[in-house]
Design a protein around this ligand. Sequence first.
Ligand SMILES: [Zn+2]
Length: 407
Amino acid sequence: MRRLDRQAGIALVVLGAAILAVVAFTTPWDLLRGAPSVPPDPARDFTAAEIARARAFDAATSVPAYLSLGLTVVFAGLLVATPLGARLLGRLRGPWWLRVVLGVVVLTAVVELLRWPLGMWFETELRAFGLSTQNWGSWTGDRLKSIGVRVVLLSVMVLAIVGLARRFKRWWVPAAAGAFVLTVGASFIYPVVFEPLFNDFTPMPAGQPRTRLLGLAERADVPVEDVLVADASRRTTALNAYVSGFGATRRIVVYDTLLAAPEKEVELIIAHELGHAKYNDVLHGTLVGGLGAAFGAVLLFCVAPLWRRPLSDPLAVGAVMGFLSLATVLSGPAQNVVSRHVEARADLHALDLTRDPETFISMQKRLAITNISDLSPDVVEYVLYASHPTAPQRIAMARSWELMNIP
Ligand SMILES: [Zn+2]
């Protein structure tokens, strides 16, 4: 092994170990220690009809979802393992950077065209179950916009990789640093640059709910400038709230669909989001994600010699995109494991702050029924998609909290 490869190998091991250590020591693995355990039980809180509806929705949507994921993985695999990318992009002409950008556009267009009918199938099921409020015009607009955002971000990444590979022999050093900075920067500007492309955000109107929510933030000792309302009802009937950004761009957002819910339930949802704000979950997740991106850049450098083409060649764009796509899919389950614990900690924060497990449970039921959440996902679904504990798990935790805290 050449010396420079050995250094990249050491960096890979050190970065990997650092990520594992940070995740191992900062993830709240053991919440509610010593509390009596309550097993999750969908039948206790949901009617047979509600359970059947969740099952039917899951069955109807999982086929197009799995096919779409399968297509993504197979296409990415072919790009990595075969000369497909070079064959598809062989006719592109022009300076290297133009061929890189066009390569990203062409390959994204190919996979998105294949996935398009599956997306329409999925949307048709959302409408059949009353979850989508879109027409095909706005659906198409949304999808094109999100593909556009992806093309822009991918172009920046691939241009940087090919550009660095053309200039430096040990390009993994600037690539790893660049991947970290790009991840952190993208997460920081996301709420002010990307989210407004899809929704309008307005400050929650002055009045009783707003005053109470800001009062809650004060009690939680989390400084919050404002609570924003997103016009989500133009797209969905689903209920949601979230925190995005950090530092100067941090905001708590609630869907406008949520405002019709009882005020005490909205308060519990905000109390959960305040938990995320209090523990700086977005910033923490972003920093770990940045380390993950740096790890990915070094890994790419280490596997690149396996390909026939050097990464300085614009025809290697396919292999790079396939690698990025596979890395994204494969890192998902690990992110979900951590995310579920972080979400449980935010739930616990909501319970500690409000001391109102009864409203917490009715809020979880409303969310699960309105969003037709999967109440008992199978192992594969849980591993691939569950970024949150299931509603029955969250309700069980509230009962466990109640047994421990309310005599
Ligand atoms: Zn959350």
